[in-house]
Structures are given as structure tokens and as C-alpha cells.
Design a protein around this ligand. Structure first.
Ligand SMILES: [Cu+2]
Length: 308
């Protein structure tokens, strides 16, 4: 009984922390690989640079060690007092770094170009940062939701108790409404803000993007593994900057469609702009693929109007 009683909270904690896929773990030294092509590109670029740095480190510190131990005064080394410079060495230590930088620039540039290629996306989500929450709009679907710090975390942080004793899994990293996305789908994001600059950042996706009032930034993702991914606002945006986490729930495609239909049903009576009839029987509504850029440019206009 006693063992079971002791194990129960542990089990609950284990289950709760399971709902963070690809979470960082204690004593993790390297950056995470993430769950998108972009995050894996970033990881491989990082590893290439890391191993080049390791090789340079070994060479430079090795040469220093040899110089210090082999040519020391006690072994009878005599300093060359007339030495000023060595043209040969200067050429070598200029050319070698240039070659290395060029070698690293090729993969980095091609990966960056892919990172910003939002063409052929299958759906678009507009992300708006507010002090202090996020709004997600599924463009062309008539579905939108606001996402803010879960009430339990908020209660604990305002109560003044030591949060470590509160036994709240994912403290300050949970939200009331998560952004829900389908797996293996190219999702384009248009990112802006309503008041001050925020930044939308989920490490497992491999990028962060500034959310700036009056400007619409673009990004995209295609998550290859269903799960719950967590992130943060990454731009100091006011007193509650640390309290506007991001949660992305990635679902298998069928489950996502079911979720989206549920949201449409929920939103339909409340949103005057949404069509009263089901989407498939309204010929006036443009196809989502065409609607997305149109809605995005409308969003640009609206955001510009706010800034102006
Ligand atoms: Cu923010």
C-alpha cells in the first residue's frame, strides 16, 4: 500500500511529462534534433560546424602545447629576437579559414533558402501575438482560437508559493487552447502582432519568427511525428513575457480533420463571418488554397492599418 501510495504521484508526474514530445532532458548538452526537416537541417549544420571547431581546437591547442613543452627555457631553447613575421604562415592562416567558411556557407545557404520557401503549403495559420497570449486563425476555415497560460500555472505563480512544491507538471508551459496541426502536412504561418514585438518559438520545429505589429512574417513547418511540442515567446514583450507559452499538438491527419470539424461546428453560430451552411455546399466560398494568400494579404492590410 505504502509503495503504491508513493508511486502514484510519480506515475502521475511521468504521465504528465510524457505529454511533451521531444522535450529537453536533464544534463542534455547538445541541441535537440527536433521533428521537422528544418530542425534537422539546423542540427546537421550545427554538427558540421561543431566538428570543424573541434578539429581546429585540437590543432591550435596541440600546436601551443608542443611549442610550450618542446621549446622551453629549461631545455635550452633560445628565443629568436630578430623575428618579426612569417609571410608563409600568415598566408596559411588567412587562406585556411576562408576555405572553411566557404565550405560551411554552401550547405548553410541552401538550407536557409529551403527554410524560407513557403510555396506549395497545404494550409495556412495566422499567428498573432498579444500582451500576453497568442491567437491562431486557420485561414479559409473560419476557425480561430486564443491560447494563453493555463489557469493553474497562473494561480500558482500569483500565489507566492514555491512552484517546486506545487507539483504542477509543465508549470508555465501549458496553455488553455493548444495550436492543433496535422502531421506530415506543409503548414504555412503568417505571423504578426497586435501591440508590441513578440516572437513565436517552438524549438522542436527548428525556428523562431518575430511577430511584429504592422508586418506579416512568414514561416512554415511540416512535423513528422504526432505529439505535444512546447515553446515560448522569444522576444521581451512586457511584464508577462515569461507567461505566454506555446503548445502545439500534432495529430494524425484523420484526428486533425475531426478536430477541425468540431471547431467549425463550435465556431459557426458565434462567428458572423462564417457561412451558415456547411462549407462543402457553399459555391461562393473560394477553395482553401486560393483563400489563404488572399486572407494573408488582407491580414497584411489590416496589420498595416493598425500600425498606421
Ligand atoms: Cu511576447
Amino acid at each position: 500500500m505504502g509503495v503504491a501510495a508513493m508511486a502514484a504521484p510519480l506515475l502521475a508526474f511521468a504521465q504528465a511529462s510524457d505529454t511533451w514530445t521531444n522535450a529537453p532532458h536533464r544534463w542534455q548538452l547538445n541541441m535537440g534534433e527536433g521533428v521537422t526537416a528544418q530542425s534537422m537541417n539546423a542540427y546537421s549544420a550545427h554538427m558540421l560546424a561543431l566538428w570543424i571547431c573541434v578539429a581546429i581546437g585540437i590543432l591550435v591547442f596541440g600546436a601551443m602545447a608542443v611549442a610550450m613543452f618542446k621549446f622551453r627555457h629549461s631545455k635550452g631553447a633560445v628565443p629568436d629576437k630578430d623575428f618579426t613575421h612569417s609571410t608563409k604562415l600568415e598566408v596559411v592562416w588567412t587562406v585556411v579559414p576562408i576555405v572553411l567558411l566557404v565550405l560551411m556557407a554552401f550547405p548553410a545557404t541552401s538550407k536557409l533558402i529551403k527554410m524560407y520557401d513557403t510555396r506549395e503549403s497545404q494550409m495556412t495559420v495566422k499567428v498573432t501575438g498579444y500582451q500576453w497570449m497568442w491567437k491562431y486563425e486557420y485561414l479559409g476555415e473560419g476557425v480561430s482560437l486564443t491560447s494563453r497560460l493555463d489557469r493553474k500555472s497562473d494561480e500558482i505563480r500569483q500565489s507566492g508559493v514555491d512552484a517546486r512544491t506545487a507539483n504542477k507538471a509543465n508549470y508555465l508551459l501549458d496553455v488553455d487552447n493548444a495550436l492543433v496541426l496535422p502531421v506530415d502536412t506543409k503548414v504555412r504561418f503568417v505571423i504578426t502582432a497586435d501591440d508590441v514585438i513578440h516572437a513565436w518559438w517552438v524549438p522542436a520545429l527548428g525556428w523562431k519568427q518575430d511577430a511584429i505589429p504592422g508586418i506579416v512574417n512568414e514561416a512554415w513547418t511540416s512535423v513528422n511525428k504526432p505529439g505535444v511540442y512546447r515553446g515560448q515567446c522569444a522576444e521581451l514583450c512586457g511584464k508577462d513575457h515569461g507567461f505566454m507559452p506555446i503548445v502545439v499538438r500534432v495529430l494524425p491527419k484523420a484526428e486533425y480533420t475531426a478536430w477541425l470539424n468540431e471547431q467549425k461546428a463550435k465556431n459557426a453560430p458565434a462567428t458572423p463571418a462564417a457561412p451558415a451552411a456547411p462549407a462543402e455546399t457553399t459555391p461562393v466560398e473560394p477553395a482553401p488554397a486560393e483563400a489563404a494568400p488572399a486572407a494573408a494579404s488582407a491580414a497584411t492590410g489590416a496589420a498595416a492599418a493598425v500600425a498606421g
